[in-house]
Design a protein around this ligand. Sequence first.
Ligand SMILES: C[S@@+](CC[C@H](N)C(=O)[O-])C[C@H]1O[C@@H](n2cnc3c(N)ncnc32)[C@H](O)[C@@H]1O
Length: 212
Amino acid sequence: MKIIADEIQSYVENYIDKEPFLLSELNKETHQKTMFPRMISGNYQGRLLSFLSKLVQPKYILEVGTYTGYASLCLAEGLAKDGKVITIEVDPELQIYSQKYFDLSELGHLVEQKIGDALDIVPSLEHEFDLIFLDADKMRYLDYYEALLPKLRKGGLLITDNVLWSGQVVDKRFDDKTTNSLREFNDYVASDERVDKIILPIRDGLFLIRKK
Ligand SMILES: C[S@@+](CC[C@H](N)C(=O)[O-])C[C@H]1O[C@@H](n2cnc3c(N)ncnc32)[C@H](O)[C@@H]1O
């Protein structure tokens, strides 16, 4: 199911900031060389992540699911002075891409990558985060959510990707584990009084969650 009509999507993409050159190279290489390039945030969502990060001006950002590092660099664009992005990726083989582009980027020195399962790593992180981007395996979103919320500062923003799952969450014909776990996640957040929340129905659905 198309969440936004192609014509509207093409139209709005003409009215947003241009993709920075290095990110367009990373986007290209991800499409040429990785197995699941559609996992990358890409230009439209990347510009939104950059925009939100610039509004929050975070000192500490946490990303769960680095993939090739595209969103990490977009989020880094909004960092406050002396700020830092910590990004966690379970697959060590992806580091050849992410580290290459962190090294090439003028913001790369602000990004620290950790390799391993985020559910093992997150409890040991000492910072309180101003902005968190959750973009790992959808089946465990509820576990990540409960691990991440204590690490988010009051007033901080947790952005969760893919919560509409190509529209499958509203289509009764889909009864698979991933779709059902996203339905469960969305229901849980909707009734969670610890947070303010709103879903943006763009791309694959972004849940914006603010800790009260
Ligand atoms: C959708 S991709 C991330 C895309 C990236 N955030 C971006 O916007 O370009 C999801 C990534 O999460 C990683 N991942 C899955 N489970 C994970 C876990 N438990 N801990 C850390 N990373 C995980 C996958 O290997 C994959 O690279």
